[in-house]
Ligand binder design. Structure first.
Ligand SMILES: Nc1ncnc2c1ncn2[C@@H]1O[C@H](COP(=O)(O)OP(=O)(O)O)[C@@H](O)[C@H]1O
Ligand SMILES: [Mg+2]
Length: 210
């Protein structure tokens, strides 16, 4: 049912996901391509409230509860925003999506991947990105870029972030066609060119004029 195109950005804290998602969004908007940008969790009223709970460093959350909170927010985002946008033939850019759950909750927290996969499919209505840009960076470098007080996830220890990074890279090896790995250490502008190098051919193939 993917009438539009779904492009997700993934990566650990401070890798540059939001920067690249926004650069792509503005570029496509300038070119007259119908495009929307959502963040997951978030971008719906309930999703933003769930996000605030998830990122609050004062709240203690056990791994399964954390999983369900992320997926509750995702379920709302998929049904109320992503699917309607795809039906309107829009390019949907996502600042995080399902791969985050495998990297953070399965690889990071140790929850069983198969179960995570089953519940994730319910939350996403089995929608998958056409293309995923994984911005890879060494955890210490990524965390150093963050200037605000650390949220609940950013405050996790280095070993956790390392597991998440390795989880992402493992996902990328399993899905080479969909997931493209970029070196987050490169300058923003250079990465933006690389992102466009993957996105433009996909959009042309899907009939968008660029
Ligand atoms: N390629 C880059 N090189 C250096 N700094 C970057 C790069 N990309 C982003 N940044 C900076 O690093 C910080 C985190 O970037 P951000 O895009 O918010 O990361 P994320 O969304 O992955 O956590 C921001 O201050 C941003 O300006
Ligand atoms: Mg971000």
């Amino acid at each position: 049912m993917n009438l539009g195109v779904l492009v997700s950005f993934e990566g650990i804290e401070g890798s540059g996901k939001t920067t690249q998602a926004e650069l792509l969004y503005h570029d496509l908007k300038t070119k007259g391509v119908p495009v929307v940008l959502f963040r997951d969790p978030g971008s719906t009223e309930v999703g933003e409230r769930i996000r605030a709970i998830l990122l609050d460093p004062k709240v203690k959350i056990s791994p399964w509860c954390e999983l369900f909170l992320y997926l509750a927010a995702r379920s709302e985002l998929v049904r109320s925003a992503i699917i309607p946008s795809l039906k309107e033939k829009k390019v949907v850019i996502l600042d995080r999506f399902c791969d985050s759950t495998f990297a953070y909750q399965a690889f990071g927290r140790g929850l069983p991947s198969r179960r995570v996969s089953v519940i994730n499919k319910i939350a996403t209505r089995a929608i998958k990105p056409n293309l995923t840009i994984l911005v890879d960076i060494e955890p210490t470098k990524g965390l150093k870029r963050i200037t605000h007080p650390h949220d609940r996830i950013e405050a996790e220890d280095r070993a956790y972030h390392q597991k998440v990074r390795e989880g992402y890279l493992r996902l990328a090896r399993r899905a080479r066609k969909r997931i493209k790995v970029l070196d987050g250490d490169k300058p923003k502008e250079e990465l933006h060119l690389e992102v466009k190098g993957f996105v433009y051919p996909l959009l042309r193939e899907k009939g968008y004029r660029l």
